[in-house]
Design a protein around this ligand. Structure first.
Ligand code: COA
Length: 464
């Protein structure tokens, strides 16, 4: 890891955090960050800095970072832009290792000089600088919520990097609602110093992160991004939502974060060459990220669909073809095995149709059979709700099959139905099995896992 990148450990695993511009007024950004740090349970020292205040949220307050008694690894700066150079100098003199500049009013509004000035101060003292123009950062393992976004972010294995502030904050809330766990959230804003390539390299070595997901409007140094991405994607999947696909969108991006959006075709080609998985929107990106972070990579190309509804099976089959997933051609002996879990009018071909009268035991038996057969490398289980089966009992049965199988294999599940189906799907998610509300979304997620596994060399070409 480059030395510059290794320094990011002070950003994500700081022993102490100073909040410069910590405010006494609830609702102000400098207050909410202290509150999030405290209430999310940050384990290190918290030092609010404010020349006017004695105490904030029970923490002793300091007039300047220079007055803080112990060492400071990370400083969060939330004072108006014009004061940032002054407090940054103080951070440098104090020996602060990394800073995150929340303040807006730099390159994004044409204040390029001010942005250059803060970068040069940070570099003079060897500090890494995140931002400016950001909502903060979050890192689950160190219980660090140094943001003014929602507090109760769920811990997990997806590192989410966002160039957009408001969208990033909104997605923090959305992931809580959707039950999606995150290892890190990083608002990169103007990327004046720390940029995507640094974070990619850092998170590629982070044991808590299994997938890296970036919302991007543009990169400053495309060549560097590609070089790093090429290496990282062989180790961990990288998903990018690159906004500004249209010409008008690119112009909007330029005025939003000052990003040079560049030609979308160039980005597209660069992503393909470097193994980056490009998602069209955040729904797709998080669908993929859940599968990629939870499931093991497949060892071969053969997929089976197990369903109780012919229609859902056909929709999934179409989607498999569109996404380049190969449905296993069933052999006689395999069909005989699957026939055991269906009535005589079921179909043991692929899709394996257990029929509308299938109960949880039929699913359990068929899924376990598929998990244990070495010719099958991925499974799509679909369930259309009927009153014959309780979706929660079905979820338990699927979990049991998954946990008792000889080998863990990629398995995605789609339940179609009402609230009881949602309850079943939540159970599956908690057990580490990704679920989707439509067959197509389940297929798209599994197909992306296969795509990445091919790129990273998990699927051997000679495997049939
Ligand atoms: N050191 C430390 N604290 C200082 C200070 C200094 N040198 N000078 C002033 N402060 C204190 C202030 O007294 C104030 O505390 P108080 O509320 O208890 O009086 C606190 O720092 C904040 O300063 P204030 O002038 O009230 O600024 P603010 O909170 O209204 O705004 C920003 C500060 C950074 C939030 C604002 O300038 C900004 O950039 N907002 C946009 C942020 C944003 O959108 N980022 C991108 C998100 S995606």
């Amino acid at each position: 890891m480059r030395e510059e990148v290794a320094k990011l450990k002070y950003m994500f695993n700081p022993r102490s955090v100073a909040i410069i511009g910590a405010s006494r007024s609830p609702k102000k950004i400098g207050y909410e960050i202290v509150r999030n740090l405290k209430e999310y349970g940050f384990r290190g020292e918290i030092y609010p800095v404010n020349p006017q205040a004695k105490e904030i949220l029970g923490f002793k307050c300091y007039k300047s970072v220079l007055e803080v008694p112990g060492p400071v690894d990370l400083a969060i700066i939330s004072v108006p832009a014009r004061i940032v150079p002054k407090v940054l100098e103080e951070c440098g003199r104090k020996g602060v290792k990394a800073v995150a500049v929340i303040s807006a009013g730099f390159g994004e509004i044409g204040n390029i000089e001010l942005e250059r000035e803060i970068v040069s101060i940070a570099r003079k003292y060897g500090m890494r600088l995140l931002g400016p123009n950001i909502f903060g950062l979050f890192y689950a393992p160190s219980k660090l919520n140094a943001s003014f976004g929602p507090r109760d972010v769920l811990p997990g294995n997806i590192a989410f990097i966002s160039q957009s502030g408001a969208l990033g904050i909104a997605l923090m809330g959305w992931t809580i609602l959707e039950g999606i766990g995150l290892s890190a959230i990083v608002s990169v804003g103007n990327k004046a110093d720390v940029e995507d390539a640094d974070l990619l390299e850092y998170f590629s070595e982070d044991p808590e992160t299994k997938v890296i997901l970036i919302y991007m409007e543009g990169v400053r140094n495309g060549r560097k991004f590609m070089e790093v991405a090429k290496k990282v994607t062989r180790k961990k999947p990288v998903i990018v939502i690159k906004a500004g696909r249209s010409e008008m969108g690119a112009r909007a991006a330029a005025s939003h974060t000052g990003a040079l959006a560049g030609s979308d075709k160039i980005y597209d080609a660069a992503f393909k060459q470097s193994g980056v998985l490009r998602a069209l929107n955040f729904e797709e990106a998080f669908d993929w990220a859940r599968a990629l972070s939870k499931l093991p990579p497949p060892k071969g190309e053969n997929v089976v669909i197990i369903t109780n509804g012919g229609g859902a099976g056909v929709l999934a089959t179409d989607a498999c073809e569109e996404h380049g997933l190969k449905l296993l051609r069933m052999t006689e002996d395999l069909m005989e095995k699957f026939k055991r879990y269906m009535p005589p009018f079921g179909s043991p071909k692929n899709p394996i149709d257990l029929t509308g009268q299938a109960d949880e035991n039929a699913y359990k038996g068929a899924i376990l059979e598929a998990l244990n057969d070495p010719r099958i490398h991925g499974i799509i289980a679909l369930y259309c709700h009927t009153i014959i089966t309780d979706p929660e009992a079905l979820a338990d049965a699927i979990i049991e099959a998954y946990n008792t199988a000889r080998e863990k294999k990629p398995l995605v599940v789609n339940f179609v139905g009402g609230e009881e189906c949602n309850r079943g799907m939540r159970k599956l998610e908690q057990a580490g099995i990704p679920t989707y509300p439509t067959p197509e979304r389940a297929v798209s997620a599994l197909a992306t896992l296969f795509k990445w596994a091919r790129y990273a060399g998990f699927i051997k070409a000679e495997y049939e």
